[in-house]
Write a new protein. Structure first.
Length: 209
């Protein structure tokens, strides 16, 4: 998805969509920020290009948390910036790999408790929760699980990546825009992590018989 490959009309339409999503979230009090966007295999938006992204365009982004919707709209007037949300203020995000994300989403369905879930084209899932809780021991010990709290951020739809866009697996509207308690999501993730172990134990018992 080279920046130079985008038609002017497509780039303009996509930027408008990003801006609309950013403004809508800002009106709901979510601390949105503009992020770098893909330009070939690199990320543009700051001076020059960078190898890793998306990251906040403004290096003083933590000082801009809570910016009013009017200013948020102005940020997206020129470029198709990624849509980022700062964590640790209104919400936290628990990031996992695709396999664990799918299992945990299934567990949450059995609970009858849908929660907002974001997925990236690179196979990462983010479960959005209320703030203020550290990871349970078994989750913190897993290298595939990352808690995004104060001082961090995550991308939101429809942020562009080199090979696709960030999308909702479960939209906030499905949950009535209510963020779940962190303990609920962490319980589901812990159950999902334990599932292979339980299956292995059952297989060993069958084999022993």
């Amino acid at each position: 998805m080279l920046e130079t490959d985008w038609s002017d009309s497509w780039r303009g339409a996509f930027r408008i969509e990003l801006r609309a999503e950013a403004v809508g979230l800002a009106w709901r009090g979510w601390p949105v920020l503009p992020g770098t966007y893909p330009a070939g295999s690199q990320w543009a938006g700051r001076e020059g290009t960078e190898n890793v992204g998306p990251v906040p365009v403004h290096r003083d982004w933590q000082e801009r948390i809570g910016t009013k919707p009017e200013q948020v709209a102005a940020w997206w007037t020129g470029r198709p910036y990624s849509l980022l949300v700062a964590t640790g203020v209104v919400l936290d995000a628990i990031e996992v790999d695709d396999s664990l994300g799918r299992k945990a989403a299934g567990v949450l369905r059995t609970y009858g408790m849908p929660v907002p879930i974001v997925a990236t084209p690179t196979g990462r899932w983010m479960f959005l929760t209320k703030t203020g809780r550290s990871l349970r021991r078994e989750l913190a010990a897993d290298e595939h699980v990352t808690l995004h709290g104060a001082g961090s951020y995550v991308p939101l739809p429809p942020s562009p990546f080199e090979h696709g866009v960030v999308h909702w697996r479960v939209k906030p509207e499905v949950c009535g825009w209510r963020l779940p308690e962190p303990a609920v999501v962490q319980e589901a993730l812990a159950d999902a992590l334990a599932t292979p172990s339980r299956l292995s134990s059952m297989s060993e018992l069958v084999a022993a018989d």
